[in-house]
Design a protein around this ligand. Structure first.
Ligand code: FAD
Length: 292
């Protein structure tokens, strides 16, 4: 059973609780990115089971008429077992989602997975948008589709973003959650922030939409708004459940805001990461446990 204190960052153990949380977000104009917690499976059954749950989740979202997308981790659907396993499972999810008009995000994991993730994204995004569904440019951003995450802390990302500029999908820009080797990564907050801003400048100039700001950083969000005003390029803001919730609702009065909503019985390690990453979160957890 999930500890009540984890409710701030995790919607619940099952899809019904996650979708109930989404309904409450939608009532306040915030859309959702639903994520089933899980990663690094080295057993095919576990990878296939999560892929199956994602397909069912997509069906539930479509049936419930909620404003929600899903986000999946490559290693959760088999990348550690082989690129073929990952692609087969991803294809099943993307095809089901395409039929139901639900958008699929692919999270980005550590640098050893970048090529496989971007290659799969590019193939599925082109395939998905190359047919009937790409009826008009506005449909491209709402009616199903695929998106991928890129990480500003990796030096290769600038080149990757140039490659992605003409792929008909969405790109989520994040600073990067993995501790990468210094030869391939920018180290230190300032260097990563500079690169993040440079990537946004490139994207707002060169992309024709589909930019997602996956950050809680007020400075980066303000910069994205400035760039949007300068270039007119569409964008959305994405934040995690339980992080700057008030800001999410305020921003949603003017901009498109998505909340990343994790759920599932593997909530403990995710909750631990959130609690440990900032002292405010840790104090919140301690106070909740002490009942104050
Ligand atoms: P930071 O650089 O951590 O902080 C900058 C400023 O933001 C702080 O000074 C503060 O003002 C504000 N802030 C940040 N956190 C808080 C908080 N808890 N409470 C109050 N203020 C805060 N990483 C990946 O590697 N792969 C992914 O697929 C991925 N997907 C993501 C999806 C979403 C929707 C989001 C939001 C993040 C994702 N990340 C992913 C994580 C990301 O890479 C960063 O590790 C994480 O977002 C922290 O960076 P930041 O830009 O939010 O702000």
């Amino acid at each position: 059973m999930m500890l009540p204190v984890a409710n701030r960052f995790v919607a619940g153990e099952g899809p019904a609780e996650a979708l109930e949380h989404v309904r409450q977000l939608n009532d306040r104009n915030v859309k959702a990115i639903v994520n089933l917690l899980g990663e690094h499976y080295d057993d095919r059954e576990a990878a296939d089971a999560d892929a199956r749950e994602y397909r069912e989740l997509v069906e539930d979202i479509a049936r419930s008429d909620l404003d929600a997308t899903v986000s999946v981790k490559p290693s959760q659907i088999g990348l550690d077992l082989g690129e073929d396993v990952f692609r087969e499972n991803l294809e099943g999810i993307v095809e089901t989602a395409a039929d139901r008009g639900v958008f699929v995000w692919i999270d980005m994991e550590d640098h050893t997975t970048t090529d496989a993730t971007l290659d799969a994204y590019e193939e599925f995004a082109r395939k998905h948008w190359s047919g009937e569904r790409a009826r008009s440019s506005s449909d491209r951003w709402t009616d199903g589709g695929v998106g991928v995450c890129v990480q500003a802390n990796l030096k290769r990302t600038r080149r990757d973003v140039e490659r992605l500029a003409d792929v008909p999908g969405k790109v989520r820009f994040v600073k990067g959650a993995y501790d990468e080797p210094a030869e391939i990564a920018y180290k230190g907050k300032d260097a990563v922030n500079r690169e993040y801003e440079a990537l946004l400048e490139y994207a707002f100039e060169q992309f024709d939409g589909g930019i997602a700001i996956g950050s809680h950083d007020p400075a980066m969000i303000d910069r994205a708004i400035e760039l949007h005003e300068e270039h007119g390029t569409d964008f959305e803001i994405q934040m995690l459940m339980g992080v700057r919730n008030d800001a999410q609702f305020e921003l949603a009065e003017e901009y498109e805001v998505y909340q990343y909503v994790p759920y599932g019985d593997r909530w403990m390690s995710y909750f631990y990461r959130r609690a440990m990453e900032r002292k405010e979160n840790l104090w919140f957890a301690v106070r909740a446990v002490l009942g104050r």
